[in-house]
Design a protein around this ligand. Structure first.
Ligand code: ZN
Ligand code: FE
Length: 239
């Protein structure tokens, strides 16, 4: 059976993801608990895992409350074990999580924070990358270094083009506006901006996106050197 993925908008612009396959359920980055618990209750689904990409409050805020209501395991990076609420286990790239027959791999992608990880399902071609790669943008460097974030983006870039990228925030419009300051005449970007703006006006999500598209248009994935990446990341900080 194919994996079902549900997207729940939370806080101002966060997305929480619920993965369901063969009777197993995982939640990725529950910033809040209320809508998630309601969602599970309506379907009468048990919960197997809470998977956190990193320790920021807008990704773990619902951990404690969900864990109090549902018997589940909370996983995050081994580097973040101490600062993730209710964490049961710290993961390394050697760990594998399964939801029925769906395999979830761990990829270390530090930079935004020092213990940031991605959850990657190779057979399903989906990636949950938290605040590292956004649709047409990337996360800020908070605890890691520019070099770490650049290297992490290279790891993501090495995945297949047909990978669906599920990032944790709805930042697409602002990101395309920034991309257009670097390449104002780009017709594809202009078109992407009107598409994304129209979707947002209708209250629709612009996430997920295809990794192949990100490789082609996302300025942070297009950067061919650390120097170039640093330059545009610093420009974006002030945008
Ligand atoms: Zn964050
Ligand atoms: Fe965030």
């Amino acid at each position: 059976m194919s994996l079902q993925i549900y997207q729940i908008p939370a806080l101002t612009d966060n997305y929480i993801y619920i993965l369901h396959g063969e009777g197993r359920t995982a939640i990725i980055d529950p910033s809040e608990s209320k809508d998630v618990l309601h969602f599970l209750q309506q379907r009468d689904w048990p919960l197997d895992y809470i998977l956190n990409t990193h320790h920021h409050h807008d990704h773990v805020g619902g951990n404690n409350d969900i864990k109090q209501h549902k018997q589940c395991l909370v996983y995050a990076s081994r580097h973040d074990q101490e600062r993730i609420p209710s964490c049961d286990k710290g993961l390394t790239e050697a760990d594998i999580i399964t939801l029925g027959k769906h395999v979830i791999q761990i990829i270390d992608i530090p930079g935004h924070t020092s213990g940031h990880i991605a959850y990657y399902l190779p057979q399903d071609a989906v990636l949950f990358c938290g605040d590292t790669l956004f649709s047409m943008g990337c996360g800020r460097v908070f605890e890691g270094t520019m070099e770490q974030l650049y290297d992490s983006l290279q790891k993501i870039k090495a995945l297949p083009d047909d990978t669906m990228v599920y990032c944790a925030h709805e930042y697409t419009v602002k990101n395309i506006e920034f991309a257009l300051t670097l390449d104002p005449e780009n017709k594809d970007l202009q078109e992407k901006l009107s598409e994304a703006t129209a979707k947002r006006e209708m209250g629709k999500s612009t996430v997920p996106t295809f990794l192949g598209d990100e490789k082609k248009y996302n300025p942070f994935l297009k950067a061919t050197s650390l120097e170039e990446f640093k330059k545009i990341r610093l420009m974006k900080d002030d945008f």
